[in-house]
Design a protein. Structure first.
Lengths: 113, 114
């Protein structure tokens, strides 16, 4: 039973436009959410996170939105750049920290120049 | 080193053999995690260490898998009697404390069982 779902395996966006990556979860005990970015042959790299007490967190070009009632979060990248092309993983924890994360299956983002 | 280091990067072994995968966390990080990533999937939690002790090993799939962290720094994931289904990328991560809001991942060890 997948507790964290990323239903879009891939997404293509034109350079300069907005990329929106989505994630849904089923476990209402999750209280901390993270997005990781992964390039081929490298480990996941932390991008941005949000606590369940917030509904938005912004860091430069990256914004994460959390809708607790819908159990949905999204990552917005604007403007998208070719270097953003990677696999993006949504992850969740029920311990308010990065301990014992449950990951989604990832979305491959391709930013076209 | 500056980041989490995992060795080897790649390991090919025959079915039934024993393998050890090593993780060198960021210096000073007390929490260490092992995850396994199968093709097309996200990482799945295996085990978490706080210091030298395994605080939670609920993700280990069966008793062929074992991990140690004897001095609270380097950790070794051990797999006995490997099976083809064990083929995956094994990722290690560390964080300053278990309550840290960010975990740093190594590049992983790609294990192939033939």
């Amino acid at each position: 039973d997948q507790q964290v779902k990323q239903n879009s395996p891939s997404l293509s966006v034109q350079e300069g436009r907005i990329s929106i990556l989505n994630c849904d979860y089923t476990n209402s005990m999750f209280d901390y959410f993270l997005w990781y970015k992964k390039y081929p042959a490298e480990g996941p790299t932390f991008l941005i996170s949000i606590s369940s007490i917030k509904d938005k967190n912004e860091d430069g070009r990256f914004t994460v939105f959390l809708n607790k009632s819908a159990k949905h979060l999204s990552l917005h990248i604007v403007p998208s750049q070719p270097g953003d092309s990677a696999v993006y993983f949504c992850a969740a924890s029920d311990q308010g920290s990065a301990r014992q994360l449950t990951f989604g299956s990832g979305t491959q983002l391709t930013v076209l120049p | 080193g500056a980041g989490v280091s995992q060795t080897p990067s790649n390991k090919v072994t025959e079915k039934g053999k024993y393998v050890e995968l090593r993780c060198d966390p960021i210096s000073g990080h007390t929490a260490l995690y092992w995850y396994r990533q199968s093709l097309g999937q996200g990482p799945e939690f295996l085990i978490y260490f706080q210091g030298t002790g395994a605080a939670d090993d609920s993700g280990l799939p069966n008793d062929r898998f074992f991990a140690v962290r004897p001095e609270g720094s380097v950790s070794t994931l051990k797999i006995q009697r490997t099976e083809r289904g064990d083929s995956a990328v094994y990722l290690c991560a560390s964080s300053l404390t278990p309550d840290s809001t960010e975990a740093f991942f190594g590049q992983g060890t790609r294990l192939t069982v033939v």
